[in-house]
Structure formats: C-alpha cells, structure tokens
Design a protein. Structure first.
Ligand code: TYC
Length: 109
C-alpha cells in the first residue's frame, strides 16, 4: 500500500487536504553469521564452507578465513533470522560430519 493518499483527517472527517499516509512496511531485522577460530579445523575446509554456504568466491573466502584465523572471529554474511539460522545449521552439520570443531553463531546487527 505505498503511495496511498486520501482526503480524510485522522478522525475520518473530510477537509479537502491531501495527506500522504506512510506505507506500513518495515525492513526485517538482520543478523550477522559469525565464524569463530579454532586450532584444528583445516583452513581449506573453512574456505570450502564459505564458498558453499555463503556464495563467496575463492579469493573472498580465503580473505574471510584468514581474517578469522588472525582475529578470532569474522562475518560470513548478513541475513534475515531464518536464513542466518539455516546457514549456521548447515555449517555445523558439515563440520560435525567431518569431525571438525568449527563453530558458527548468529549476532543481531
Ligand atoms: N586456525 C585454523 C588453523 O590454523 C584455521 C581456521 C580458520 C579455523 C578459520 C577456523 O573459522 C576458522 N588450521
């Protein structure tokens, strides 16, 4: 309902003044997916995860992986809650299947 206008006052009376009503849409809350460093997960596995689940190319995936390796934590991407939650589950499932301790969390933007 964007761009609606009417000629009514708040009380419904008509006064001939055109009032632009605000669209009632809200941007969704966004959530960062954070990757945590550990001493055991192979660098190549982390790069693979970033390519597969976060649609990064090899260069960007390598940059993020090295950032996490050196700084302890890094942002993989920013998504709506359900998408972020799904990505965390996918990462943790693949890490567990491969017996890597890789950890991933969500943080509200
Ligand atoms: N620190 C790991 C190593 O030296 C690599 C690594 C990078 C692990 C990023 C997790 O999120 C991570 N093999």
């Amino acid at each position: 309902m964007s761009g609606d206008d009417n000629r009514n006052g708040d009380d419904g009376t008509q006064n001939g003044v055109v009032i632009k009503t605000r669209p009632k849409t809200k941007r969704p809350a966004m959530f960062k997916v954070l990757m945590l460093n550990d001493d055991y997960t192979p660098m190549e596995f982390v790069v693979h995860v970033l390519e597969r689940f976060f649609s990064k190319n090899r260069e960007e995936a390598t940059r993020i992986m090295m950032h996490v390796h050196q700084r302890g934590v890094g942002v993989c991407g920013v998504y709506t809650y359900e998408v972020a939650e799904t990505k965390v589950t996918q990462v943790m499932d693949l890490a567990r299947q491969n017996q890597h301790p890789l950890q991933c969390t969500i943080e509200k933007e």
